[in-house]
Design a protein around this ligand. Structure first.
Ligand SMILES: C[S@@+](CC[C@H](N)C(=O)[O-])C[C@H]1O[C@@H](n2cnc3c(N)ncnc32)[C@H](O)[C@@H]1O
Length: 215
Protein backbone atom coordinates (compact mmCIF):
# COMPACT_ATOMS: atom_id res chain seq x y z
CA UNK A 1 0.00 0.00 0.00
CA UNK A 2 1.39 3.44 -0.98
CA UNK A 3 2.22 5.73 1.95
CA UNK A 4 0.10 8.86 1.54
CA UNK A 5 1.49 12.11 2.94
CA UNK A 6 -0.20 15.26 4.19
CA UNK A 7 0.99 18.67 2.89
CA UNK A 8 3.50 19.30 5.68
CA UNK A 9 5.27 15.99 5.14
CA UNK A 10 5.01 16.27 1.36
CA UNK A 11 6.75 19.66 1.41
CA UNK A 12 9.74 18.07 3.20
CA UNK A 13 10.22 15.25 0.69
CA UNK A 14 13.09 15.15 -1.81
CA UNK A 15 10.71 15.46 -4.76
CA UNK A 16 9.20 18.79 -3.59
CA UNK A 17 12.09 20.30 -1.62
CA UNK A 18 14.37 19.62 -4.58
CA UNK A 19 16.78 22.50 -5.07
CA UNK A 20 17.85 21.01 -8.44
CA UNK A 21 14.45 21.15 -10.19
CA UNK A 22 14.16 23.55 -13.13
CA UNK A 23 12.95 26.76 -11.51
CA UNK A 24 14.61 29.07 -13.96
CA UNK A 25 12.51 29.16 -17.13
CA UNK A 26 12.59 32.45 -19.00
CA UNK A 27 9.72 34.13 -20.83
CA UNK A 28 10.32 32.26 -24.11
CA UNK A 29 9.97 28.97 -22.24
CA UNK A 30 6.78 30.23 -20.54
CA UNK A 31 5.31 30.99 -23.99
CA UNK A 32 6.22 27.51 -25.17
CA UNK A 33 4.98 25.66 -22.07
CA UNK A 34 1.71 27.63 -21.82
CA UNK A 35 1.03 27.64 -25.58
CA UNK A 36 0.43 31.40 -25.68
CA UNK A 37 2.22 34.64 -24.90
CA UNK A 38 1.11 35.98 -21.49
CA UNK A 39 2.61 39.42 -22.21
CA UNK A 40 0.75 39.83 -25.52
CA UNK A 41 -2.42 38.51 -23.87
CA UNK A 42 -2.21 41.07 -21.05
CA UNK A 43 -1.29 43.96 -23.36
CA UNK A 44 -4.28 43.21 -25.62
CA UNK A 45 -6.69 43.90 -22.75
CA UNK A 46 -7.81 47.40 -21.78
CA UNK A 47 -7.03 48.94 -18.40
CA UNK A 48 -4.77 47.84 -15.55
CA UNK A 49 -4.26 44.10 -15.31
CA UNK A 50 -3.24 41.66 -12.56
CA UNK A 51 -1.20 38.50 -13.26
CA UNK A 52 -0.48 35.73 -10.77
CA UNK A 53 2.13 33.05 -11.51
CA UNK A 54 1.78 30.05 -9.18
CA UNK A 55 5.05 28.20 -8.52
CA UNK A 56 7.08 30.97 -10.16
CA UNK A 57 10.48 29.50 -9.21
CA UNK A 58 13.26 32.03 -9.82
CA UNK A 59 10.65 34.48 -11.25
CA UNK A 60 13.02 35.36 -14.09
CA UNK A 61 10.17 34.96 -16.61
CA UNK A 62 8.20 37.56 -14.61
CA UNK A 63 11.17 39.93 -14.36
CA UNK A 64 11.58 39.69 -18.12
CA UNK A 65 7.84 40.16 -18.77
CA UNK A 66 7.64 43.24 -16.57
CA UNK A 67 10.08 45.06 -18.88
CA UNK A 68 7.49 44.92 -21.70
CA UNK A 69 4.45 45.58 -19.54
CA UNK A 70 5.38 49.20 -18.79
CA UNK A 71 3.73 49.33 -15.37
CA UNK A 72 0.26 48.48 -16.69
CA UNK A 73 0.28 45.03 -15.08
CA UNK A 74 0.66 44.18 -11.42
CA UNK A 75 2.43 40.81 -11.16
CA UNK A 76 2.44 38.43 -8.20
CA UNK A 77 4.89 35.51 -8.18
CA UNK A 78 3.95 32.85 -5.63
CA UNK A 79 6.20 29.98 -4.62
CA UNK A 80 6.49 27.56 -1.75
CA UNK A 81 10.20 28.37 -1.42
CA UNK A 82 12.09 31.62 -1.85
CA UNK A 83 14.58 30.63 -4.53
CA UNK A 84 13.72 33.89 -6.28
CA UNK A 85 16.40 35.18 -8.63
CA UNK A 86 16.28 38.65 -7.06
CA UNK A 87 14.19 40.80 -4.74
CA UNK A 88 10.64 42.02 -5.45
CA UNK A 89 10.82 45.08 -7.73
CA UNK A 90 8.33 47.76 -8.80
CA UNK A 91 5.25 46.09 -10.25
CA UNK A 92 6.17 42.61 -8.99
CA UNK A 93 5.37 41.09 -5.59
CA UNK A 94 7.14 37.86 -4.73
CA UNK A 95 5.33 35.81 -2.10
CA UNK A 96 6.61 32.71 -0.32
CA UNK A 97 3.59 30.50 0.44
CA UNK A 98 1.76 27.43 -0.80
CA UNK A 99 -1.03 27.75 -3.36
CA UNK A 100 -3.01 25.68 -0.84
CA UNK A 101 -2.71 28.28 1.98
CA UNK A 102 -2.28 31.72 0.49
CA UNK A 103 -5.17 34.11 -0.19
CA UNK A 104 -4.95 37.13 -2.51
CA UNK A 105 -6.58 40.44 -1.61
CA UNK A 106 -7.79 41.11 -5.18
CA UNK A 107 -8.76 38.92 -8.17
CA UNK A 108 -6.48 38.28 -11.15
CA UNK A 109 -7.03 38.73 -14.91
CA UNK A 110 -4.46 36.05 -15.66
CA UNK A 111 -3.27 33.12 -13.56
CA UNK A 112 -0.52 30.88 -14.92
CA UNK A 113 1.31 27.91 -13.47
CA UNK A 114 4.25 26.45 -15.37
CA UNK A 115 5.13 22.90 -14.28
CA UNK A 116 4.31 23.61 -10.63
CA UNK A 117 1.06 21.72 -10.02
CA UNK A 118 3.02 18.47 -10.55
CA UNK A 119 4.46 19.07 -7.04
CA UNK A 120 1.22 19.93 -5.24
CA UNK A 121 -0.60 17.32 -3.15
CA UNK A 122 -4.27 18.23 -3.45
CA UNK A 123 -4.25 19.31 -7.11
CA UNK A 124 -8.05 19.68 -7.27
CA UNK A 125 -7.98 22.04 -4.29
CA UNK A 126 -5.28 24.05 -6.10
CA UNK A 127 -7.48 24.24 -9.23
CA UNK A 128 -10.44 25.32 -7.08
CA UNK A 129 -8.47 28.00 -5.28
CA UNK A 130 -6.95 29.42 -8.48
CA UNK A 131 -10.38 29.43 -10.20
CA UNK A 132 -11.86 31.38 -7.30
CA UNK A 133 -9.14 34.06 -7.67
CA UNK A 134 -10.04 34.95 -11.29
CA UNK A 135 -11.94 38.02 -12.42
CA UNK A 136 -15.25 37.45 -14.27
CA UNK A 137 -13.41 37.12 -17.61
CA UNK A 138 -10.00 36.18 -16.18
CA UNK A 139 -8.03 33.29 -17.66
CA UNK A 140 -6.27 30.37 -15.97
CA UNK A 141 -3.63 28.35 -17.84
CA UNK A 142 -1.45 25.65 -16.29
CA UNK A 143 0.56 22.57 -17.07
CA UNK A 144 -1.38 19.66 -15.61
CA UNK A 145 -1.18 15.88 -15.71
CA UNK A 146 -4.48 14.11 -15.09
CA UNK A 147 -2.70 10.75 -14.83
CA UNK A 148 -1.20 11.93 -11.49
CA UNK A 149 -4.68 11.89 -9.93
CA UNK A 150 -5.41 8.40 -8.64
CA UNK A 151 -7.87 6.49 -6.52
CA UNK A 152 -7.13 4.75 -3.22
CA UNK A 153 -5.78 1.69 -5.06
CA UNK A 154 -3.51 3.70 -7.31
CA UNK A 155 -5.58 3.52 -10.51
CA UNK A 156 -5.94 6.71 -12.54
CA UNK A 157 -9.26 8.53 -12.00
CA UNK A 158 -9.57 8.56 -15.79
CA UNK A 159 -12.93 9.31 -17.32
CA UNK A 160 -14.55 10.23 -13.98
CA UNK A 161 -11.96 13.02 -13.65
CA UNK A 162 -12.30 14.18 -17.28
CA UNK A 163 -16.06 14.47 -16.79
CA UNK A 164 -15.65 16.38 -13.51
CA UNK A 165 -13.14 18.79 -15.08
CA UNK A 166 -15.47 19.47 -18.02
CA UNK A 167 -18.50 19.90 -15.78
CA UNK A 168 -16.55 22.49 -13.76
CA UNK A 169 -15.67 24.47 -16.88
CA UNK A 170 -12.05 23.34 -17.38
CA UNK A 171 -10.61 22.46 -20.78
CA UNK A 172 -7.92 19.80 -20.58
CA UNK A 173 -5.74 18.88 -23.52
CA UNK A 174 -4.22 15.43 -22.91
CA UNK A 175 -1.72 15.86 -25.75
CA UNK A 176 -0.22 19.13 -24.47
CA UNK A 177 -1.01 18.44 -20.79
CA UNK A 178 -2.46 21.92 -20.42
CA UNK A 179 -5.52 22.90 -18.45
CA UNK A 180 -7.38 26.18 -18.97
CA UNK A 181 -10.54 27.91 -17.82
CA UNK A 182 -12.07 31.35 -18.22
CA UNK A 183 -13.98 33.19 -15.51
CA UNK A 184 -14.19 33.02 -11.75
CA UNK A 185 -15.73 29.82 -10.35
CA UNK A 186 -15.94 27.66 -7.28
CA UNK A 187 -15.63 24.14 -8.67
CA UNK A 188 -17.45 21.28 -7.00
CA UNK A 189 -15.73 17.87 -6.93
CA UNK A 190 -17.14 14.51 -6.01
CA UNK A 191 -13.66 13.41 -4.89
CA UNK A 192 -12.23 13.46 -1.37
CA UNK A 193 -8.48 13.99 -1.05
CA UNK A 194 -6.60 11.18 0.71
CA UNK A 195 -2.99 12.34 0.48
CA UNK A 196 0.09 12.51 -1.73
CA UNK A 197 2.51 9.90 -3.02
CA UNK A 198 6.06 11.28 -3.17
CA UNK A 199 7.28 8.10 -4.91
CA UNK A 200 4.99 8.20 -7.94
CA UNK A 201 8.05 8.41 -10.25
CA UNK A 202 8.65 10.57 -13.31
CA UNK A 203 5.71 12.05 -15.19
CA UNK A 204 5.48 13.08 -18.87
CA UNK A 205 8.17 15.74 -18.32
CA UNK A 206 10.68 13.04 -17.31
CA UNK A 207 10.97 14.59 -13.82
CA UNK A 208 9.86 12.98 -10.54
CA UNK A 209 6.38 14.24 -9.66
CA UNK A 210 3.79 13.88 -6.92
CA UNK A 211 0.84 11.49 -7.16
CA UNK A 212 -2.45 12.75 -5.69
CA UNK A 213 -4.92 10.22 -4.31
CA UNK A 214 -8.68 10.68 -3.99
CA UNK A 215 -11.74 8.58 -3.21
C1 LIG B 1 9.61 22.88 -11.76
S1 LIG B 1 9.51 24.35 -10.80
C2 LIG B 1 8.92 25.52 -12.04
C3 LIG B 1 9.25 26.94 -11.67
C4 LIG B 1 8.89 27.99 -12.73
N1 LIG B 1 7.46 28.01 -12.99
C5 LIG B 1 9.66 27.70 -14.00
O1 LIG B 1 9.04 27.17 -14.93
O2 LIG B 1 10.86 28.00 -14.04
C6 LIG B 1 8.06 24.11 -9.78
C7 LIG B 1 7.89 25.17 -8.71
O3 LIG B 1 6.67 24.93 -8.02
C8 LIG B 1 6.88 25.28 -6.66
N2 LIG B 1 5.85 24.64 -5.82
C9 LIG B 1 5.74 23.35 -5.47
N3 LIG B 1 4.69 23.16 -4.65
C10 LIG B 1 4.10 24.38 -4.50
C11 LIG B 1 2.98 24.85 -3.75
N4 LIG B 1 2.24 24.02 -3.00
N5 LIG B 1 2.66 26.17 -3.81
C12 LIG B 1 3.42 27.02 -4.56
N6 LIG B 1 4.50 26.63 -5.28
C13 LIG B 1 4.84 25.33 -5.25
C14 LIG B 1 8.29 24.75 -6.39
O4 LIG B 1 8.86 25.31 -5.22
C15 LIG B 1 9.01 25.15 -7.67
O5 LIG B 1 9.62 26.41 -7.57
Amino acid sequence: MTELLDDTRLEQTAVVANSAMNRDRRLAAYRRELGFDPVAWLLARPGPQRWLDVGCGSAHALFEASESLSGRVRIVGLDLVDYFGGPSRPGIDLVTASVLDWNPDEPFDLITSVHALHYVGDKLAALSRMSSWLTADGHLAANFDTSALRNRNGAALGRQLSTALRRNGFDYNSRTHRITRTGVARPVWEFRYLGADAHAGPNYTGQEAVGSHYE
